[in-house]
Design a protein around this ligand. Structure first.
Ligand code: ADP
Length: 364
């Protein structure tokens, strides 16, 4: 079981497995509960099984094993159009021969709604995405961003309780994508609709989601709020996948309650938080965020020397790449202030970090 709301969840994946070829499982024993009104994102690299999960929930794919429940009822045998789920995909999928208004009216018509009510709902949905003036246009007369807004309005027009979105902003440029992220989040907050969102873009996931399920290799690696995922990754995959991360590798040589000592491959020792280790003698990957490393600390649990390899100027801060404990790609962030210390290539820096910020994880 993942998440503590599993039993009362609005959407529930219960021991779901999926194989397309009868041999390889691309979704392996998925247990996931999604609360009513929640914005849940499935985040992970390409091929990790996110879209397959969404397609099973939508009804376009069937689970090989296990159940999917909506509002407590199994939906395995309900066809997609009877599930009452709104959907938005990357490639809009608007009907090209229909006007925007007709595109939006269509899902209402198939539900047998009368003309007056249809018009009211179409207007409301268009206003919601700030496209009220575009009802008479055809999709080809709209920009990519506008078409995606219409696709969003069409997914919402019949007021579904659940909306699925698969990389809906993938085709848009960066500025528009960020604006649409904000708008989708705003609509979600206003309507209280449950959203299941698929993306491989971690910043999109961190910006929009109540919780994120990080997928890799057909499994959820961690399910948590955005800040928990960043601050408290539970394994080496999540630590590396979310945000920037420094790794140091070694062997656990001592465990003391919540903390442990890891001897790095170059012989030096690091004090760390024992998050997910097999015990004394086991290999461990240490994970440490660059912004948690201080330069020339007065005192610190861990003090190391690092030789500066490279400086990258980034406006408000400077990224400094140093060699530390056998890692030549160890990144430190130095604030860029006029009276700040000038760091130079080739110099040796004294670096320090707290054991609470250094997470000892299982390397696999
Ligand atoms: P993601 O959305 O994380 O990129 P997918 O769910 O699309 O991952 O794919 C998971 C795995 O299933 C991949 O190895 C992919 O090649 C395979 N796959 C996806 N769709 C099909 C299909 N229709 N037939 C066969 N294999 C598929």
């Amino acid at each position: 079981m993942v998440g503590n709301d599993h039993d009362t969840a609005f959407v529930k994946f219960d021991r779901v497995q999926k194989s397309y070829d009868g041999e390889t499982l691309v979704v392996k024993d998925l247990n996931l509960g999604i609360g009513k009104g929640e914005f849940m994102t499935m985040l992970g690299p390409s091929g990790s099984g996110k879209t397959t999960c969404l397609m099973m929930l939508a009804g376009f794919e069937t689970a090989t094993f296990g159940d999917i429940l909506l509002d407590g009822k199994p939906i395995n045998n309900i066809p997609p159009h009877k599930r009452g789920i709104g959907m938005v995909f990357q490639n809009y999928a608007l009907f090209p021969h229909m006007t925007v208004g007709e595109n939006l009216s269509f899902p209402l018509e198939v539900r047998g709604m009368g003309k007056d009510e249809r018009e009211k709902k179409v207007k409301r949905a268009l206003d919601m995405v700030e496209m009220g003036k575009f009802g008479g246009r055809r999709p080809a007369q709209l920009s990519g961003g506008q078409q995606q807004r219409i696709a969003l309005a069409r997914a919402l027009v019949f007021e579904p309780e659940l909306v699925l979105m698969d990389e809906p902003l993938g085709a848009l440029d960066k500025n528009l994508r960020e604006q649409m992220q904000f708008e989708i989040k705003h609509i979600h907050d206003n309507l209280g609709v449950t959203v299941v969102y698929v993306t491989h873009d971690q910043s999109e996931a961190l910006t929009m989601s109540d919780r994120i399920a990080v997928f890799d290799d057909g499994r959820i690696q961690q399910l948590a709020t955005p800040d928990d995922l960043y601050e408290r990754p539970e394994n080496a995959f999540v630590a590396a996948f979310i945000g920037e991360n420094n790794t140091l590798r070694g062997k656990v040589v001592g465990v003391d309650g919540d903390h442990c000592t890891v001897r790095l491959d170059d012989g030096s020792k690091v004090e760390a938080l024992a998050v997910n280790i097999e015990g004394e003698g086991a290999r461990s990957t240490l994970s440490l965020r660059p912004e948690r490393v201080s330069i020339a600390p007065e005192t610190a649990d861990n003090v190391f020397e690092g030789v500066v390899q490279e400086l990258i100027y980034l406006g408000d801060h400077i990224r400094v790449r140093v060699s530390v404990g056998g890692n030549d790609d160890f990144i430190v962030k130095v604030p860029n202030s006029a009276n700040g210390r000038q760091v130079k290539k080739g110099e040796t820096l004294k670096l320090g970090w707290s054991k609470a910020d250094c997470r000892a994880l299982d390397p696999s």
